[in-house]
Design a protein around this ligand. Structure first.
Ligand SMILES: [Zn+2]
Length: 240
């Protein structure tokens, strides 16, 4: 049995860990004849190695690119195990360059926890995800975009677009138009927990704008893939 779930002809999903304490999001997989492209890297080298194993079982080509949907650690920290260049928004690169200079270790996580107690859930999950910080490395994006980037891979188009938003200013979406799939990752979520106010909601305008695009499948970072109608229905709460 494969760990990958097929969503469309070229699109697969390495599904998230359903335990929210693990903070391990979905990893999108786009496979063409000669290329595999990942949307996000998993939260740790351990998860990324499992993704590679699942790709290998599928007979997928080597990973050509990793697209970071945004700079949050749980979407990025697996990349060192994947051996491919990363593509991201230019702000994401700036942020990760800064993070790459930190003295990553369990002791550093403890210091961070004291500095920002509101990050407890994330930092604890990070500590569990990365068991051994020796040799840990953040893969800083080599390829950046400010608004849009298109990849043409064996005839398949992959469109990357910066949408920003309240969850992360560097949020990208990734479309596979031919397969009518859109990876929206966390772009319509409220701000991350440690920056969230009680009045924060999903980004209704973002959801409506993306649902207007008429894709068949919308894949977010920490939930099951949705049909366009299911995705649009998220805005029902707006009226409540
Ligand atoms: Zn996020």
């Amino acid at each position: 049995m494969s760990a990958l779930a097929q969503l469309a002809q070229h699109v697969w999903l390495y599904p998230r860990d359903e335990d929210p304490n693990k903070v391990q999001p979905n990893v999108g997989v786009i496979i063409t004849e000669r290329h595999t492209v990942l949307v996000d890297a998993g939260n740790s080298p351990r998860v990324a190695r499992r993704v590679l194993l699942a790709l290998d079982e599928r007979g997928a080509p080597p990973v050509s690119y990793i697209i970071y949907s945004h700079s949050h650690w749980d979407h990025v920290f697996g990349a060192m195990a994947l051996g491919a260049p990363a593509i991201a928004h230019e702000t994401c690169r700036k942020h990760l360059l800064e993070l790459a200079g930190k003295p990553w270790s369990q002791a550093y996580l403890q210091e961070e926890l004291q500095r920002t107690p509101a990050r407890e859930i994330g930092l604890r999950a990070m500590g569990r995800a990365i068991e051994d910080w020796r040799g840990f490395r953040i893969v800083v994006p080599e390829i950046t975009l400010s608004k849009r980037l298109r990849l043409h891979l064996d005839g398949l188009t992959v469109e990357i677009e910066h949408v920003g938003g309240q969850h992360a200013p560097d949020s990208l979406i990734v479309r596979v138009p031919e397969d009518r799939v859109m990876f929206v990752s966390d772009c319509y979520y409220p701000p991350p927990p440690h920056q969230r106010k009680p009045s924060d909601t999903l980004d209704w305008d973002m959801i409506e704008r993306l649902a207007d695009e008429d894709m068949d499948i919308y894949v977010d970072g920490h939930g099951d893939p949705r049909s366009r109608e299911e995705f649009r229905r998220l805005t029902i709460e707006r009226e409540a």
